[in-house]
Structure formats: structure tokens, C-alpha cells
Design a protein. Structure first.
Length: 100
């Protein structure tokens, strides 16, 4: 089952957040790749991260992400603890749901 399928069968009643992990991809390229994934799955947000970034890779307690919406608005969460990233992501999702 694909993310796009989830959105279709839910009749758009869900708020779909996709995730796009890349390895050693530059900032503008990771955003373009993530935005493409967002469009393909008809998601509401996509969270992109570079798992090859030093200090933010797999197994690290830290990360850096870009949250991108349908209008290509980008929220950059710089290198920080993954728990803080999770809190920021939940806050962002809440704000998007409230505004829709």
C-alpha cells in the first residue's frame, strides 16, 4: 500500500505526513525531492532529512529536518535533539490541522 493509496481510501479525511530520508543530498535538492514525494502521495506535509549529515545520521540523538507543505512553505529545524524535533513537528501538524 502506498501513501497515495492511504489518502485516497480515507477520502481525504486524514492529515497525511510523509517522510523523505536522503543520504548526503544538498539543501535545495533535498527540498525538491521531498516536495516531489509530497505531490506524488497527495500528502499534507513532508518531513525531509539527510541521514548522511554528520551529527544527524542514523543512531544519533540529533537531527536536522525540513518540513514542507503543499504550497512549498519550508520550515527548517536546524541541528537539534530529535525529541525537540518531534515536539516541533507535532506543534506544526496541530497548527496546520487547526487552520484547515
Amino acid at each position: 500500500m502506498t501513501l497515495g493509496h492511504v489518502k485516497r481510501v480515507s477520502e481525504n479525511d486524514i492529515f497525511l505526513v510523509a517522510f523523505k530520508a536522503e543520504y548526503k543530498v544538498a539543501g535545495p535538492d533535498i527540498i525538491e525531492k521531498a516536495y516531489k514525494k509530497l505531490k506524488e502521495c497527495n500528502g499534507d506535509l513532508v518531513v525531509a532529512n539527510d541521514i548522511g549529515r554528520e551529527g544527524a545520521g542514523v543512531g544519533s540523538d540529533n537531527g536536522e529536518v525540513f518540513i514542507i507543505d503543499k504550497h512549498k512553505k519550508i520550515i527548517h529545524l536546524p541541528l537539534q535533539n530529535k525529541r525537540d524535533i518531534a515536539r516541533s513537528l507535532l506543534y506544526t501538524i496541530e497548527k496546520y490541522i487547526e487552520s484547515s
